[in-house]
Design a protein around this ligand. Structure first.
Ligand SMILES: N[C@@H](CCC(=O)N[C@@H](CS)C(=O)NCC(=O)O)C(=O)O
Length: 235
């Protein structure tokens, strides 16, 4: 059976990472047998989660996991959509994964109260005397990555404006569809649901989460995806 290496549930989410939630949804969508297991940084080929262990072949990155499921197992994430629709899906997935992600993680890692009740929990297994030191070091790396990526240089208000721009684009394209591209589910739904869910997470004080909660079409979509792929999931 395939093993999906993830961080595990945190903060009332099925996983701490939106990329891991995306991969969990993709595996569930595929209908293939798999089990989620705790990732190990030592074994992660790219130093990140998720990665998939398929009978000893390791595939790192949620995108390449999706392609592997298609190529090696015949999974079909196209939802029957046209190339033009799928191109829209690709563009939105990149927007959420390579832009919105940094805005949403900035709130989680770099706002003090969110950090201490949030990512600080990741270091629970570290020896107690070293724990604050390790946590501060990793937080410093996140701050540096945000600065290098560029979004970390904006004010909080500017970052919120950018995040709302992304969410408005998602909401407009979603329109009255039950799923992102229309009435059938497709691969991009794994990304849209995972990133909305993570940003909406009530464990954190976040104006991005507040915005999502104030948009009924986004909340209805998220609820539909949660009911479909995580029925009975308790926050
Ligand atoms: N492009 C990757 C991104 C995965 C990713 O950034 N994972 C983060 C968690 S959200 C991670 O493992 N970070 C650990 C690190 O950078 O040390 C994917 O799609 O899987």
């Amino acid at each position: 059976m395939m093993k999906l290496n993830v961080f595990g549930p945190y903060f009332g989410l099925p996983d701490a990472s939106p990329f891991c939630i995306k991969a969990l949804i993709l595996l569930k969508m595929s209908g293939l047998d798999f089990e989620p297991v705790k990732m190990s940084f030592r074994k992660a080929p790219k130093g990140k989660a998720p990665y998939l262990d398929d009978g000893g072949t390791i595939i790192a990155d949620s995108h390449f996991i999706m392609r592997h499921l298609e190529r090696a197992h015949g999974a079909d994430f196209s939802g029957g959509y046209s190339a033009e629709d799928l191109a829209k899906g690709w563009a939105v997935a990149r927007m959420l994964e390579e832009h919105f992600y940094f805005l949403s993680m900035n709130v989680r890692w770099l706002e003090d109260d969110n950090f201490w009740k949030g990512p600080y929990q990741f270091f629970a297994d570290a020896p107690s005397i070293l724990r604050p030191l390790i946590a501060r070091m990793i937080r410093g790396k996140v701050r540096k990555a945000q600065h290098l990526q560029g979004l970390g240089r904006h004010s909080a208000g500017e970052r919120l404006e950018l995040a709302i721009g992304d969410l408005d684009a998602v909401e407009t394209m979603l329109g009255r569809n039950s799923h992102f591209l229309g009435d059938s589910v497709s691969g991009v739904d794994a990304t849209v649901a995972a990133f909305l869910w993570t940003a909406e997470c009530r464990h954190f004080r976040s104006p991005i989460g507040d915005h999502i909660r104030n948009r009924p079409p986004l909340m209805a979509y998220l609820q539909r995806m949660r009911d479909r792929y995580f029925p009975g999931f308790q926050e």
